[in-house]
Design a protein around this ligand. Structure first.
Ligand code: NDP
Length: 451
């Protein structure tokens, strides 16, 4: 039974969303979570209701869908789908990553683009929201195959993006290698060297700390949440899911701050190392994942740790959980198990890793819960810093970028506290992030007229 006094309005709004976007389950889920926080706020602020901002914000400004043909090393032709969702550009050029994964579909990319609008607004930088990608699976492909795919993908995408229009970045399956291949093709097609993608290599327009930024930011956000309860990472046990970009740097920063990270995972299972994944072991994981492109179970053989096939790490006892793999990777039962085992802080590096049932468990248990759109905003924030450096044609030092990232995460936390603190002092970070992200975009949309 919902305790939202505006449940009927939420239900009516969601019925329209579901009818208009049939079958897009992840998109419904993301919009629902936002609508539950925003509809009560909008009822109290009729200017947003009158301008139908929520209805407008849930409809992409533009959706681009295209064919991506490419040839494998044996000469066989493959055809994938390519997408770019240009969701909202009221406060800046569309900005958001590209995901290459076989599960990619329109509903998943629309959920990601929708979340991105709020996230980018929270960073305080001038960036609109977008997302894109393909159902292409880079796993098991050679470098040459990945290059041919990326070139074909960019051969269509290039006409829709640009440094003042839409600036994509990486996401699942898109790291430095893929960004390099796509940037090279864009540059060739347009005959110009601009900051059209972020996550670039350091020698050709990239920013220091960009690879680290999402995981570091996720940990900085957790640090701020922990500080509200007068504690920190020192001596804490942390569980991390995933073993890709975000998971690697979340592990690194949490360890640096004194925690012991005991798990990592991939789509096949998780490793549990009670001794902790220290800097040396993490360097080995980075080589395994980023160079050898192997599976996490190899860690268990190398370091004599446990490997649990086909499961996720939420059954392991921890103080802090750092989900960093993918959407809906913690369900209601897993959330209950986390809380039962004493976990009191969840900071999301992945986008929407917790199901609605899991989120209810966190909120009802009043644990510290930082939703992805706030906790993982450090990635896109540092992409914003990369764009600034590209525009100025200069590069900041590692310390400067890290300091700016840290300040942005502190400010996002403050904004969540401002909008999310409840009467009993509990900070509802879901509400805080949704309202905090919404206000700036909504005001910009009203100021710019009915467009
Ligand atoms: P990577 O591709 O580097 O790593 C993804 C990791 O998650 C891999 O370990 C992968 O395992 C695992 N994974 C992917 N899909 C699934 C699945 N369906 N089930 C279980 N495990 C899965 O991606 P990132 O680290 O960049 O992204 C991780 C999350 O963080 C995503 O939700 C992304 O949207 C989010 N994010 C990323 C940002 C960035 O800057 N990169 C910014 C903000 C959010 P396997 O190798 O087996 O597929």
């Amino acid at each position: 039974m919902s305790n939202n006094p505006f449940q009927q309005q939420v239900d009516e709004f969601m019925a329209k969303i579901k009818a208009k976007n049939a079958g897009e389950l992840e998109f419904h889920q993301a919009v629902m979570e936002v609508a539950e926080s925003l509809i009560p706020f909008i009822e109290e602020n009729p200017k947003y209701k009158h301008a139908k901002i929520l209805e407008r914000i849930a409809e992409p400004e533009r959706v681009i869908l295209f064919r991506v043909p490419w040839m494998d090393d044996k000469g066989e032709i493959h055809i994938n789908k390519g997408y770019r969702i240009e969701m909202n550009s009221a406060i800046g050029p569309y900005k958001g990553g590209l995901r290459f994964h076989p599960t990619v579909n329109l509903g998943i990319l629309k959920f990601l683009a929708f979340e991105q609008v709020f996230k980018n607004s929270l960073t305080t930088l001038p960036m609109g929201g977008g997302k894109g990608g393909s159902d292409f699976d880079p796993k098991g492909k050679t470098d040459n195959e990945v290059m041919r795919f990326c070139q074909s993908f960019m051969m269509e995408l290039f006409r829709h993006i640009g440094p003042n229009t839409d600036v994509p970045a990486g996401d699942i399956g898109v790291g430095g290698r893929e960004i390099g291949f796509m940037f090279g093709m864009y540059r060739r097609l347009k005959n110009e060297f601009t900051g059209v993608l972020t996550g670039k290599g350091l020698d050709w327009g990239g920013s220091l700390i960009r690879p680290e930024a999402t995981g570091y930011g996720q940990v900085y956000f957790a640090q701020e949440m922990l500080a509200t309860r007068k504690t920190d990472f020192k001596g804490k046990i942390a569980t991390v899911s995933g073993s890709g970009n975000v998971a690697q740097f979340a592990t690194q920063k949490a360890t640096e701050l004194g925690a012991k990270v005991v798990t990592l995972s991939d789509s096949e299972g998780y490793v549990y190392d009670p001794a902790g994944i220290d800097a040396e072991k993490l360097a080995w994981v980075m080589h395994l994942k980023n160079v050898k492109r192997g599976r996490i179970k190899e860690y268990a053989q190398k370091y004599k740790a446990d490997y649990v096939d086909g499961k996720r790490p939420w059954e392991v006892k921890c103080d802090i959980a750092l989900p960093s793999a993918t959407q809906n990777e913690i369900n209601g039962d897993e959330a209950k198990l986390l809380v039962k085992n004493g976990c009191y802080c969840v900071s999301e590096g992945a986008n929407m890793p917790s199901t609605p049932e899991a989120i209810s468990v966190y909120i009802d248990s009043k644990i510290l819960y930082g939703p992805g759109k706030a906790a993982n905003a450090g990635g896109v924030a540092t992409s914003g810093l990369e764009m600034s450096q590209n525009s100025m044609r200069m590069a900041w030092s590692r310390e400067e970028v890290d300091q700016k990232l840290h300040t942005i995460m502190v400010n996002i936390h403050k904004n969540c506290v401002k909008w999310g603190t409840e009467q009993d002092g509990f900070i509802n970070y879901v509400r805080g992030a949704n309202i905090g992200g919404f206000v700036k975009v909504a005001d910009a949309m009203i100021a710019q007229g009915l467009i």
